[in-house]
Design a protein around this ligand. Structure first.
Ligand code: FE
Ligand code: FE
Ligand code: ZN
Length: 277
């Protein structure tokens, strides 16, 4: 099964997102749990979720991926900023249980001068306070481009976080194709080599999702600017290899390209043509 979708606006609720997804030929989608800048979350609407579930079931949807607000910093220096990250993530994870057995992706954080080591320890501490044996949601660490002082710019950094988390059976990784290429992993020319390295350092069984993006910047730029598929430095050939790679093809792919709905529909249609099943 080719699980392909994109990031959708959550403002009209789950059923609306599921309908939008079907409308653009998608069978998975990603959404922000709240305003990406970290505002209050809306109340859970069980009727809306039931309706969404119905649509998802009818259309054989795969994994739904929630994305944490990108402004929260799980390794912030200031206690109040760290507290905010904890409060938002705990609330998000509680709410995720209304749509059980899905995944919650977050940017590990920025150490802003404290150093990577300290950042890693803080992120792991936060996860140790958050994760519970009972939760059905898998929490995904996103591979980062290494912009500024971002933690998670290398597979080793992600592995170090995972190793420090007690309930790390609840943890996985989301590979962002723009970010890893920007971070210095050449998925355009050596996808096999990068996946081998991922497997050696983290283990491919942790890889649960792919953010499928092209990039506006050349290899190892550490900039994190997404581009529409085929228009950036990855190009269609690399994208084709990614969606057809035997180690990746069963994973869900989520577009985060600079598009409106019609643009996403066109990219999804193009990908389906490239996909060999
Ligand atoms: Fe992200
Ligand atoms: Fe991403
Ligand atoms: Zn990005």
């Amino acid at each position: 099964m080719f699980y392909i979708g994109c990031h959708l606006s959550a403002s009209k609720g789950f059923a609306a997102m599921a309908e939008m997804a079907v409308g653009i030929g998608a069978n998975v989608f990603q959404f922000f749990t709240r305003n990406p800048r970290g505002g209050a979350a809306k109340d859970i609407d069980h009727a809306d979720i039931a309706k969404a579930r119905d649509i998802a079931k009818k259309n054989n949807f795969g994994l739904l991926l929630a994305h944490a607000p990108y402004t929260l910093n799980a390794c912030a220096e200031k206690p109040d900023v760290l507290d905010f990250a904890f409060t938002v993530m705990r609330d998000d994870l509680n709410r995720m249980e209304a749509i059980p057995h899905n995944a919650y992706n977050f940017h590990p954080g920025s150490h802003v001068g404290q150093g990577t080591e300290k950042g890693i320890v803080k992120i792991a501490d936060l996860l140790n306070r958050l994760l519970t044996e009972e939760q059905t949601t898998t929490v995904l660490l996103e591979t980062m481009a290494g912009k500024g002082s971002e933690v998670g710019r290398s597979f080793e950094e992600l592995r170090a976080i995972i190793d420090k988390v007690e309930l790390n059976g609840k943890l996985g990784v989301c590979l962002d194709t723009c970010h890893v290429f920007d971070g210095g992993y050449d998925i355009a020319n050596d996808l096999d080599g990068v996946l081998k390295s991922f497997d050696g350092v983290i283990g491919l069984k942790r890889l649960k999702a792919v953010h499928l993006n092209d990039t506006k910047n050349p290899f190892a730029s550490h900039k994190d600017r997404h581009e529409c598929l085929g228009k950036g430095f990855l190009g269609w050939k690399a994208i084709e290899n990614i969606v057809n790679h035997p180690l990746l093809k069963e994973l869900p792919f989520y577009l985060e390209t600079p598009n409106e709905l019609d643009g996403y529909a066109a990219e999804i249609a193009a990908l389906k043509k490239l996909r060999r099943d």
